[in-house]
Each structure stands twice: as C-alpha cells, then as structure tokens.
Design a protein around this ligand. Sequence first.
Ligand code: URA
Ligand code: CA
Length: 442
Amino acid sequence: MALIDIINHKKLGFALSAGEIQEFAGAAKDPGTPDYQLAALLMAIRINGMDARETAELTLAMAHTGDMLSPDVGGVAVDKHSTGGVGDTTTLVLAPLVAACGGRVLKMSGRGLGHTGGTVDKLESIPGFQTELPEGDFLRIVREVGCCVVGQTGELAPADKRLYALRDVTGTVDSIPLIASSIMSKKLAGGAQAIVLDVKCGSGALMKTPEDSLLLARAMVDIGQRNGRRMAALITRMDEPLGSHVGNALEVKEAIDVLAGRVGGPLLQVSLALGTRMLLLSGVADTAQQAQEMLDSALRAGSGLSKLAEMITAQGGDARVCFDTGLLPQARFQRPVKAKATGWLSRMDTELAGEAARLLGAGRRRKDDVIDPAVGYMTLKRLGDKVVAGEAVARLYYNDEALAVQAEEALQSALTVSPDKPSPAPWILARIDQDGKETSPA
Ligand code: URA
Ligand code: CA
C-alpha cells in the first residue's frame, strides 16, 4: 500500500482501514518517509476528521511503534494527565496524596511546552532531583514509596514524536483525533492501567470551549477503554492560572504549602477532585465520598507532605525543601506589578500570562534554552476580585531587569479590569466517570 493512496482516501473523506492506519503509523516512524507525505496526510485528517474506530486504531498503532511497558507496581498503576495549563501544579499535590492513601502513582511527565509549564522542569528545581531513572528504579520507587514522577523512559511512541513536530509547523495541532491519539499513544505505551485525564478549558488551554473540551475528553476516554484501561476525565477551567504561583521553584513551593495545609484554593480543589478519581479507578476507594475522606485525612495528618519528602529522597533530591522552602532556588529581585485601573478583574489572557513566565526565563523559547528555576510570579488577585489602581496585582521574582520589563508588559496586557463584577465559572466544568456517565456540576 502506497502512502499516496492513503492520502487520497482521506482527502476524499473516507474512513481509513485498519491496514491503512498501520501503514501510516509505520511510515511516521520510518526516517525514509518524506515529511511532505506525512504532512499532507495530517492536513487531510485535520480537515476531514477521523471516527472513533480510526482514532483508537491510530493510537494503538502509534503506541506500538516503540516500547510498550507493562509495569508491575504491586497494585493498579494509576497515571494522571493534564492537557496543559499555567500554574497547573496538581501532579505535585496529588501524586504524594494519592500514594499516602495507598494508590500506586506511576507518572510520566513532560517538560514545558509553549506557554505551559512542565512537571519535569518544576521537579528539577529541587536540588539533586533526578527525573531520568532506569525503568527498574522507577518501578521500585512506585512499589516502595507509592509514587514516582519521571520524564519519559525508553522510547515511547516514536511515531508521535515525529508527527507532533510536523503538526507544530503545519497548522495541524488543533485536531481532536490527532490530539487524542498523540496523548493516548504515549499513555498506553507507558503502561498505566488506570488513567485520569484533566482536560483544560479556556484562554490558557488547547481547547477554548467546554464543548470542544468534552469532545476531546470523550475521544481519549473511548481510546483508553477500547484498550482495556480504566478511564475517567475532568474538564477544568484554565482561564486564569490554577495556583497563585507561576514558575518552577515557585510552583514547587506552592505545592508544599498546599500539602502542609497552609494554602487552599483552586489548586487544592482540583487536585482533590482528580485524586478522588484516581483512588476510585485504582480500587483503593469504593465511593467518591470515601475517596474524598481518605484524601482529606491524609492532608490533615500531613502524610501527603511526608510522602513527597520520601519521593524526593528516593529520586536523589534534597527533601529538606519540604520543611524549609527557603532551600529552593530564590530569585535575586522581587517587585510588585501594579493595577492600572480600578474595577473588577474580569479576564486574564492565560496564554499571555504563561508567556510572561517564559519571558522571565521560567520556560524555553528555543529547544536548547536553559531554564532559570527561581523566576516567575505570584498572582495576588483572581478573576472576580476587586482591584484599585496602584494596588499590587502580582509580584515578579526575577534575576534580569530587562526580562522583568518584558514580562511585566506581557502580564499587564494579559489583564482586563472592567467596571462590572463578573462571576467566574466553577473550576470543574464537567466530569466523565469510569462507566462513561457524564456530569456537569453546577
Ligand atoms: N499534547 C500532546 O502530547 N499531543 C498533542 O497533540 C497535544 C498536546
Ligand atoms: Ca504537562
């Protein structure tokens, strides 16, 4: 079967056969396949779509182009995946909390992508912390501690790696079947038996509307279930940073503050909701209420924080940061960002807010940029809050004055202050349970 025939089929709007999809995934892995043929097929898929069967088959075929892990972690291996946001530090809160309740959290995370932060970059701000571990060590830590967070091990879904890079430069990222198969191919290959998805929705997310977010969540849940995985998904709001801290060491600090019971708010709320689904899918809890009670009591007892310390030690890091966040990298300078008008904070362009942190050096603008772990900012106001001109709305942490000027400008233009008080939507917009039942909490 020639790739040109498959391109023509999809161009004319036909569903691809199982054989055609196998051929496509194999061609994507083969360095001998020209980029232009893959790009043409991606655009045909972007325009004409793929049905649920095609999407599930493409996912599995891409997963099988690399290693397929089937980890033995002494319990149900549970993973959580966020489609990416700003100040989105739920992994650092819920991995240790779920482990403290008896879950087995096997978490493969990424680095920052575009304006979004990456858990691997955040963890590397902890002195000594290793995110690249041999598979044996990784699985032993999950068995012994209950959680381990690493970057991708081995060669997972190499076909996706090539296709993702091509999509990035051919206007074909924004396709629900392509996003779903890209994310889920890596998740299936990683071997988690249970997967909880956090599909972000809003100005800082890939999906801008609840409708699209739900379509993406359904597609990913369907793929996982067709491949024998236990699946659940939440659609959560990403039209302002989830936590109040944005930047690598700053987000680690906030996660520690949450686990120590010093800070609540939406980061804790969303972490607990995701953690509840993880305990349910793992079979550790039988009801959502039981799962919530387990998480609450782990939080109150401080056992999430001691789990985080155990995990940091197991991964080579300095666990004293859990009890003295002053040991995390600190920026040399700080200054407030002041409101330019009086009114209500009514909108935050969260992509631009993420960009502000990247400008300070918290993320990469080129592949080989080195991250500054200490820099970022703390927001002092949330959507719906009253602000007075001249009052501090955020605090910048920086090491370079010229970069701080650019970041402040980006942050200022991300904020809209209006005369009318807005009412922000709830943090959890919808949920898909293991049995496929959908709920939209009021
Ligand atoms: N993350 C991925 O891994 N793939 C996509 O297509 C989008 C986000
Ligand atoms: Ca991520």
